[in-house]
Design a protein around this ligand. Structure first.
Ligand SMILES: *Cc1c(COP(=O)(O)O)cnc(C)c1O
Length: 431
């Protein structure tokens, strides 16, 4: 297993990262499980950082995609009309847009990555308003191409830009337990004497920033502020969307947010195929034909997968289950925290986009490592303090409960050792 891993050291760039935390070679995947080349089975709560909300290789979606290939459907077609795209457009609009849904939006397929949806959103917002400044929020992650990187606040990522990251003003995200942080936005913006912004760009629950969930009040306040300044609201729902927080969009319970532009990617294709989409409020669709393009702007395998994934959202039982799973996860996290000494950790996030925020990043990292030893794969975010637990939304509630026991045991045991450092640490001695 370790010899096999050496090939990556030898040939792959130093930039690789997740694989350093989970240094095995994976070979098979099914639902919530991954198997390495030695046959060891892991529960995958990394979930492609939210790109596998229906688990690995969901059979209904895989069957549709392989069926499309088998009958010789075009795979790459730039933005030519295809029946695969037609079916997706019609189904998506029917299920989520229009008067009974989000409202009147058109869909743009900017290319296969999330960052490309953000780039398109920023460019369009600037074009529509004729302004260049954009407001983003501390802890936000929007991708690493230069436009979106300017709105991403991780110092590590920003320092790699090598060129000034311009025209984005970073304001504090909502501070938990401080309702006045909504009131402060306006004065911070005024104090900065920045030119009026083209847009406010935000995640309703910050994924990479550490599962920070904005309140309804704060989000409504951002909308009002944007309106008062003639700015657009862009919701980056790349991680929090596609059902992660209990409904398809993370803001479905917040009609007052009414975003002008919505970025989607990650789980959109249903089975981890690259796909991104920008929803544009129809009257803001001021693109000239061909003004923004990409070779892979709408990949037919991804359209087929994404259409198949919409079946989940047409099934009441699935929709109820996804919400219920989120509630169960919150219960479990509260239980785990109750078994820890006070102040060690607290639940973070919303619904099935939740985890544990540790006071100490070193403890979070030890928990992550010990979970991996116990065959559970989960990442940390939020400067390493927040353990992110993203089970597929298809996981049965009973399976989650059993898993939560195991996670709880690992967390309590790791934290216990941390509190009495005189205790031996056999795993570390063995490592
Ligand atoms: C992952 C992510 C992106 C970037 O998507 P890529 O496909 O990695 O470019 C943007 N915004 C959010 C909220 C994300 O989670």
């Amino acid at each position: 297993m370790w010899e096999q891993a050496a090939v990556f050291d030898r040939h792959e760039s130093e930039v690789r990262s997740y694989c350093r935390s989970f240094p095995v070679v994976f070979e098979r995947a099914d639902g919530q499980f991954l198997w390495d080349t030695s046959g060891r089975r892991y529960v995958d709560l990394l979930c492609g950082a939210g790109a596998l909300n229906y688990g690995h290789n969901p059979p209904e979606i895989v069957a549709r995609v392989t069926g499309y290939l088998a009958k010789g459907g075009p795979v790459q077609s730039l933005d030519l009309h295809t029946s695969a795209k037609a079916e997706f457009l019609e189904r998506f609009a029917g299920q989520f847009l229009g008067p009974g849904g989000l409202g009147d939006y058109v869909m743009q397929f900017p290319g296969p990555a999330g960052t490309l949806a953000v780039e398109a959103a920023l460019k369009l917002a600037r074009k529509v308003t004729g302004r260049s400044n954009v407001v983003a929020f501390r802890g936000g992650f929007h991708g690493v191409s230069l436009g979106s990187l300017a709105a991403t606040t991780s110092p590590l990522l920003r320092s790699a830009a090598g060129t000034p990251l311009r025209d984005v003003m970073i304001l504090p995200f909502e501070e938990r337990g401080r309702p006045e942080s909504a009131d402060e936005l306006e004065s911070l913006l005024a104090d900065a004497q920045a030119p009026p912004p083209a847009a406010f760009l935000l995640e309703t629950v910050q994924g990479e920033g550490g599962l920070n969930a904005a309140s309804r009040r704060w989000l409504a306040r951002v909308r009002r502020l944007a309106d008062s300044l003639g700015a657009l609201v862009i919701v980056d729902d790349i991680q929090a969307g596609c059902g992660r927080t209990g409904s398809f969009f993370s803001f479905q319970h917040l009609p007052e947010l009414a975003p002008d532009l919505v970025c989607l990617s990650k789980s959109l294709s249903g089975m981890g195929l690259p796909m991104a989409m920008l929803l544009i409020r129809r009257e803001l669709d001021l693109w000239a034909p061909g003004e923004h393009n990409a070779t892979f702007r709408g990949h037919n395998l991804a359209f087929v997968g994404a259409t198949a994934a919409l079946d989940y959202w047409a099934d009441r039982r699935f929709v109820e289950h996804a919400a219920q799973l989120g509630t169960e996860i919150r219960f479990s996290l509260r239980d785990i925290v109750a078994n820890l000494p006070y102040g060690v950790a607290e639940p973070a996030g919303r619904g099935a986009m939740s985890g544990l925020r540790f006071a100490d990043a070193r403890l979070a990292e030890r928990v992550r490592a010990n979970l991996f030893r116990a065959s559970v794969i989960a990442e940390t975010s939020g400067e390493g303090r927040v353990l992110k637990l993203l089970p597929p939304l298809t996981m049965a509630t009973a399976e989650w409960r059993e898993l939560a026991w195991k996670i709880g045991d690992v967390v309590v045991e790791t934290a216990g050792r941390e509190c009495w450092p005189a205790d031996p640490e056999p795993e570390e001695a063995a490592a």
